[in-house]
Design a protein around this ligand. Structure first.
Ligand SMILES: Cc1ncc(COP(=O)(O)O)c(C=O)c1O
Length: 436
């Protein structure tokens, strides 16, 4: 058994669920065989605990490492921060420098607050919006983290039905008193939001959504959301935790030309170092002062230094253009390989964050087989591809050569109806499926 799998068995005895992030559980990739832990990483390569090197063509650090792993320039900046003392009694000046840079990149915004993770900064944004409006309800679309304000969406009238709206995100431990505060609408379904505004407009503190995720906005959708928010006095919050720094240097909303009242960033803003920011218009952001939003490690130096170094490199090297180019190559490569092996696939997502699905009733088992076969060939691969600066044309070319070996294996497994017998372990679990 690999050392990583052995350690994971121990971890599950010591850590409920084994990991801190659902999406890093080995069962979501290849139960019993996924390397699970790393010893080091560089560029697009990750070494497991046994020293085996894998090229990561899956999530690239849950889409946070846009520059690739252990980027040398970023490392130097961070080591400087470590040597200077990452934490003192005084504040670090880089948080002011970063605020200026974020506002320069998003000229509609006037003020900034920080946290250190995506869920945390979204909780800050929701608190500020509620404080600014004096209202409680929030209309939302999509995923925004683990905190009570958001998981309250999964409290149903009947406790037996709890968890149905967002399957797998169980709200046990969230006060039932929050039931009814979160009102869901579907992306690109403006009538959903119109109905919420008609029924609850005067009680809405915020409208919270990602400007885009797997599909972009239909013509006029974001504009209409903006108009509805303005009309009912709700704060429009764009969650750019995943969408930011992909298609442009900053929030993806700038590509669509619609400005929110607040926008939140994390993940790719700092390339593997903990950092998060919410930017917003002064009239809303100043309400932070009428509440209590404060935490010791939100003042440390490494996060802002890493964010400044990352964003400056994105801007200098047009890193988003590279991500788009790498995504374009992979998308075309998958489609070509699928065509020549007669494998029925669907590809969606924005170019830097692609998802591959196999159009078959046993798509989860086929996805597991894909990961198994690619692991044998030296890849951390899943039916997805988050592109980074380290995914050079040569890395992608080699990856495609191996995809062209593996897709025919999947197609043959479908033809011969022997998918299960080709798997050396169980089928992977689905994302947000509760693991026991
Ligand atoms: C849109 C969005 N918001 C919030 C979060 C939560 O961020 P974190 O995992 O850093 O808490 C995520 C994470 O995937 C996300 O995609």
């Amino acid at each position: 058994m690999q050392s990583g799998q052995k350690l994971y068995v121990k971890a599950r005895q010591l850590i409920p669920g084994g990991t801190q992030l659902l999406s890093k559980r080995p069962e979501l990739f290849l139960p019993g065989q996924w390397p699970a832990y790393y010893s080091r990483a560089k560029g697009a390569v990750v070494w497991d605990l046994d020293g085996t090197a894998y090229t990561d063509v899956s999530s690239s650090g849950i889409s946070s490492c846009v520059l690739g792993f252990a980027d040398a320039e970023l490392e130097e900046a961070v080591i400087g921060a470590v040597r200077a003392g990452p934490m003192t009694t005084l504040n670090c000046p880089e948080e002011v420098e970063l605020a200026e840079l974020l506002i320069e990149l998003h000229p509609w915004a006037e003020m900034v607050r920080y946290a250190r993770s995506g869920g945390e900064i979204m909780a800050v944004a929701a608190r500020i919006a509620r404080a600014a409006t004096g209202r409680d309800k929030i209309a939302f679309c999509g995923y925004h983290g683990w905190h009570d304000w958001y998981l309250a969406a999964n409290l149903a009238e009947d406790t037996a039905l709890d968890g149905h709206l967002l399957p797998g995100l169980l709200p046990n431990g969230v006060p039932r008193g929050l039931k009814g505060t979160m009102l869901p609408f579907r992306y690109n379904q403006v009538d959903d939001l119109r109905a919420i505004v008609a029924a609850h407009g005067s009680e809405l503190a915020a409208i919270v959504m990602e400007p885009t995720r797997s599909t972009g906005p239909a013509p006029g959708f974001l504009e209409e959301v903006r108009a509805l928010a303005t009309r009912c006095g709700a704060v429009l919050i764009f969650d750019e935790v995943t969408s930011g720094w992909r298609l442009n240097c900053g929030g993806i909303h700038m590509v669509h030309g619609v400005n929110p009242d607040m926008a939140a960033f994390a993940k790719a803003m700092s390339n593997g170092y903990a950092m998060a920011a919410v930017i917003g218009v002064r009239s809303v952001m100043e309400a932070a002062q009428t509440s209590f939003i404060s935490s010791t490690y939100w003042t440390e130096k490494i996060g802002p230094v890493a964010a400044l170094a990352s964003i400056r490199k994105y801007r200098r090297d047009s890193v988003h253009e590279h991500q788009i180019a790498a995504g374009t190559r992979v998308r075309a490569g998958w489609i070509e390989a699928a065509k020549s092996s007669a494998l029925p696939i669907k590809v969606n997502g924005i170019l830097p964050l692609l998802n591959l699905s196999i159009d078959h009733p046993q798509s989860t088992a086929l996805g597991t087989l894909f990961t198994q076969e690619m692991l044998d060939r030296g890849y951390l691969a899943a039916p997805k591809f988050n592109s980074t600066f380290a995914h050079t044309p040569q890395v992608i070319e080699t990856y495609m050569r191996d995809v062209n070996e593996v897709f025919p294996i999947l197609a043959a497994a479908i033809r011969r109806d022997d998918i299960a017998s080709r798997l050396r372990g169980p089928v992977k679990h689905s994302d947000f499926q509760r693991l026991t």
